[in-house]
Design a protein around this ligand. Structure first.
Ligand SMILES: [Zn+2]
Length: 56
């Protein structure tokens, strides 16, 4: 049986109330400097890409 790994919760950068359940399998990500941003949908990623300053 695989050990449960404690991970910190990851939320969508555009809608912070939306938890990303499987960040490892999330395909809507964006590398920014040393951290990775996660998005619940492709649309959220597009919104961020268009105006990142809104979500900084
Ligand atoms: Zn989102």
């Amino acid at each position: 049986m695989a050990k449960a790994v404690a991970k910190k919760k990851v939320f969508c950068t555009v809608c912070p109330t939306w938890e990303i359940k499987n960040p490892d399998r999330c395909s809507n990500t964006l590398k920014k400097r040393s951290k990775t941003l996660y998005f619940c949908t492709k649309r959220c990623k597009e919104r961020y890409t268009k105006s990142p300053e809104k979500f900084a």
